[in-house]
Design a protein around this ligand. Sequence first.
Ligand code: NAD
Length: 351
Amino acid sequence: MKVCVLPGDGIGPEIVAQALRVLQALDLQLSFEQAPVGGAGYRALGHPLPEQTLELARASEAILFGAVGDFSLDSLPRELRPEQAILGLRKELNLFANFRPALVYPELVQASTLRPEVVSGLDILIIRELTGDIYFGQPRGIRTLDNGEREGFDTMRYSESEIRRVAHVGFQAAAKRGGRLCSVDKANVLDTMQLWREVVSSVGREYPSVQLSHMYVDNCAMQLLKNPKQFDVIVTGNMFGDILSDEASMLTGSIGMLPSASLNEHRFGLYEPIHGSAPDIAGQNVANPLATILSAAMMLRFSFDQAAAADRIEAAVRRVLAQGLRTADICEPGARQIGTREMGDAVLAAL
Ligand code: NAD
């Protein structure tokens, strides 16, 4: 089981180091190879996604990713900016299904800005299509009209096969969880989304055990704040998923706790925390490594069929939280504040 390790920029190397310690402690047949990506890729090899890094990713079975982003490189042309690395990996490896769980741990209920009774026990999964939609549709651009005014335009597009494959992912995930799938669209206004609803409904006939519902995206944005526990799995397109998954992650209030996975059809996956490179706290041993450690657990579950090992990591994280140990971002009065490395130590001890 070969893992390509891409720590990236800012806090990336610090948090990935802790996830690697946890993976190594499990005594699985994992091998790791590291490569530069993002700003680190640009500095080492002149490109945010150097050819060697991409080759290593292709030759591996999963990627453990830290974060990319380095404000000192923001003046580079767009194609050389660190963030291009993640877009390039999604595209080159066809990582079309993005899994974003939003889970509220009992010990962290107070971290949410919502009332405890609204979020306590929350456990939802958003599956966002990641390689299609208005983010990639052509034509797009800014043109000058006959009257001299400029006009910006983008194209929302989804083919039936793109909708079908992510719908299957959604139904399969729901079948393994609470058995409920909510497909989110805007079929009342957009033709593309009318096709989305038709195709998802037809795929649904292959999964009689899963209860399918449909919701318009504007309503979903409201329902996530009003009564988020009504959801089990949500499947949606790229742009709606981008917005809703960030909204859902904030229900938990703790950006340093949330893992994610981006998968292709062969269960190859890129696993990363949902947060960025946090340059404001990089190198200070204060970043929360738990989102990355939980991303490593997702990797074991999804790409390597090691559910028992994944369960062990997740149980260890719960135990550490129950012990009252917290990094600064989730620390409340009465808890004990510890650093990035010490959080890694605590998870290892709990394992
Ligand atoms: P960010 O997620 O890096 O940070 C937002 C805030 O959350 C900061 O105050 C930061 O200190 C805090 N934070 C983030 N992760 C944390 C952790 N693990 N522990 C404790 N606190 C944490 O978002 P930003 O500041 O908007 O962006 C910084 C850089 O990251 C930018 O260059 C951006 O483009 C990039 N970015 C990369 C990714 C990615 O690699 N997938 C995602 C988002 C942003």
